[in-house]
Ligand binder design. Structure first.
Ligand SMILES: [Fe+2]
Ligand SMILES: [Fe+2]
Length: 221
């Protein structure tokens, strides 16, 4: 019962998201996390996995509204919103702390998540981290990253900046640099299954980038 209510609440919270952090992203994160668990042979608590997936990005809207351009605070905002929503839908009380921890830690493999970097061996959290990172890589991932950058007002591309060096600095300078930087998230995956799944996504992303640069430079070969 709380599951249906939670899904309805998540749909409402995410309905106006303009940057690919919508209910469809939450659903894909949930499904990807389950697929990874199956491949790893991991047992997990489905209530916890579902709740983290549904609400992990609910704070984006507040980030946009409060001028947090790169959404560095969205995990904290999501956790605050989740605390309220989980109580409202009657989510099992004893499972709420781990859901909140998972929401706070879902971005911890990214630089802005370092403040929250607490080693965890909680399977549901490791699964969500991998699923969320996979969502930023590949064709769909690239479209999401591009839309995010457009929304943040980042220029499309700055050819004067290296595509291989100092990406930590240049990732906020152009959407294409940001795209390339996001591929590095594939090096920080927790599970063998996700490491395997990211390979095809990286190939697709590289092909896209090669073609983009070819066309940018006016090459026809
Ligand atoms: Fe997030
Ligand atoms: Fe996400």
């Amino acid at each position: 019962m709380h599951r249906e209510k939670l899904e309805v609440a998540a749909k409402e919270l995410l309905k106006n998201d303009p940057t690919g952090h919508d209910i469809y992203h939450s659903m894909r994160v949930y499904n990807l996390a389950k697929e990874i668990a199956k491949k790893e042979g991991w047992q997990f608590d489905d209530d916890i996995l579902f709740a983290i997936a549904m609400l992990h990005d609910a704070g984006h809207e507040r980030s946009i509204r409060t001028g947090d351009k790169y959404r560095y605070k969205h995990m904290e905002y999501s956790a605050e919103i989740a605390k309220r929503v989980l109580a409202e839908v009657g989510f099992p009380e004893q499972k709420i702390p781990v859901v909140l921890q998972g929401i706070l830690q879902h971005d911890q493999t990214k630089p802005w998540g370092l403040a929250n970097r607490i080693p965890t061996d909680i399977k549901e959290i490791l699964l969500i981290q991998d699923a969320d990172n996979l969502e930023a890589i590949g064709i769909l991932g690239m479209v999401r990253v591009l839309v995010f950058n457009i929304q943040a007002g980042t220029p499309l591309y700055k050819p004067e900046l290296s595509l291989t060096k100092d990406l930590e600095k240049s990732r906020l300078e152009s959407a294409i640099h940001n795209l390339i930087w996001h591929l590095s998230l594939g090096d920080n995956l927790n599970t063998k299954a996700a490491k395997k799944m990211v390979q095809e996504r990286k190939i697709q992303a590289r092909n896209f980038l090669d073609q983009f640069l070819k066309e940018w430079n006016g090459r026809t070969d």
